[in-house]
Design a protein around this ligand. Structure first.
Ligand SMILES: Nc1ncnc2c1ncn2[C@@H]1O[C@H](COP(=O)(O)OP(=O)(O)OP(=O)(O)O)[C@@H](O)[C@H]1O
Length: 265
């Protein structure tokens, strides 16, 4: 059986920016028995996944294990699947490459594809959210990599997504810019009422931002760890370090044994 269903959309994009008293019940993402094969090879093989409304989930896993494939399926970009997938109708994706149209000014990139007249005021409001309120009129080629990635985030958020899908959005940034962008995403998530699925290779980033960290292996979710640490998180705090070490052990990285891995069970 294949089901790809969406739940009703949230209020329109022009509504005030506020983390509202949304009913955080039910699920934002519900996946059962998902299978995706390429040329007969099952990259995703019977995967189950639930994400609660407003929950921030990070997805780790070795290169080629199927993280981006899963994200593309949740985005609705790949429907050649078996299984049942229910996602919110209002979704937005930001990829590692910002994918801005070079022939459109920054503000037009932000509101590109939104229904109705291109709304510069709306675009500027979201650009201000990512610290680029003064750059609305410039061309994308004049932006730094970090700035372009922030425009990409504004373009995702202006859609008021109930589900924000982030595919290694900081992967191409230098360490300092990456750290600023991570903090920004944490702040944006706290202000906006949306579930987030962040695909990343960076265990520290996952523990820094997520409510829950999933490890993908053998076509499914092999491990999950709740990150029960207060925000903003201190990457030097012993519980943070312990969880990071345990997740690295799950990924088979570092000089840690099964005892550390058990700490995340
Ligand atoms: N369109 C496609 N056609 C054939 N094979 C594909 C296609 N898309 C993905 N694959 C294969 O599926 C597997 C999973 O790819 P995917 O991009 O989802 O991995 P990933 O976990 O996101 O990897 P990375 O961390 O390196 O980005 C890989 O072996 C890849 O070659």
């Amino acid at each position: 059986m294949t089901t790809y269903a969406t739940t009703p959309a949230a209020p329109d994009p022009a509504a005030p920016l506020r983390k509202g008293p949304a009913a955080h019940d039910g699920t934002a993402v519900h996946v059962r028995g998902l299978v995706r094969a390429f040329a007969g090879r099952r990259v995703i093989d019977g995967l189950d996944l639930d994400i609660r409304p407003g929950e921030f989930v990070a997805l780790l896993g070795h290169s080629g294990c199927g993280k981006s494939t899963l994200l593309r399926i949740l985005a609705g970009l790949d429907r050649d699947i078996e299984g049942a997938v229910t996602v919110p109708r209002r979704r937005a994706v930001a990829f590692q490459a910002p994918r801005l149209l070079p022939w459109k000014r920054v503000w037009r990139n932000v509101v590109l594809g939104l229904p109705g007249r291109a709304d510069r005021v709306l675009a500027e409001r979201y650009l201000a959210e990512v610290g680029l309120g003064q750059r609305a009129s410039v061309w994308p080629k004049t932006l730094s990599g970090g700035e372009a990635q922030r425009v990409s985030l504004a373009r995702a958020l202006v859609r008021r997504p109930d589900l924000l899908l982030l595919d290694e959005p900081f992967g191409a940034l230098d360490a300092l810019t990456r750290s600023t962008a991570q903090r920004l995403v944490g702040e944006l998530w706290a202000r906006h009422d949306c579930a987030v699925l962040l695909v990343t290779h960076d265990v520290e980033e996952a523990v820094l931002l997520a409510d829950r960290v999933l490890v993908m292996r053998d076509g499914g979710i092999a491990h999950e760890a709740a990150v029960d640490l207060p925000r903003p998180r201190d990457i030097g705090a012993p519980p943070f370090v312990a969880l990071r070490t345990a997740l690295l052990a799950q990924l088979g990285v570092g000089a840690t044994g099964p005892a550390a891995a058990d700490a995340t069970a």
